[in-house]
Ligand binder design. Structure first.
Ligand SMILES: [Zn+2]
Length: 80
């Protein structure tokens, strides 16, 4: 059985745009039974949606690198 810590480690993969996490049975199972991780997942999903919107505005979505890294990079560029 997956614990909350390893669930949250995987949850961070959601934000780096790694769809493999959805195919992980243990991950989905834990999400189904753990209300506290459901709440975290919901939070992450919200953040991810924001990032996606931002990334597409910046035309970064075609980049193969992780979304977070792309966003960081573009923030750095924006700051000059
Ligand atoms: Zn949990």
């Amino acid at each position: 059985m997956m614990n909350c810590q390893s669930f949250r480690d995987r949850l961070s993969l959601l934000c780096s745009d790694e769809p493999e996490v959805f195919r992980d049975e243990a991950f989905r199972l834990h999400l189904r039974v753990c209300p506290s991780c459901q709440a975290s997942a919901e939070e992450y999903r919200e953040q991810h949606r924001e990032l996606r919107r931002f990334a597409s505005e910046q035309e970064l979505k075609t980049r193969p690198l992780g979304l977070w890294r792309a966003v960081e990079q573009s923030l750095r560029t924006a700051r000059g």
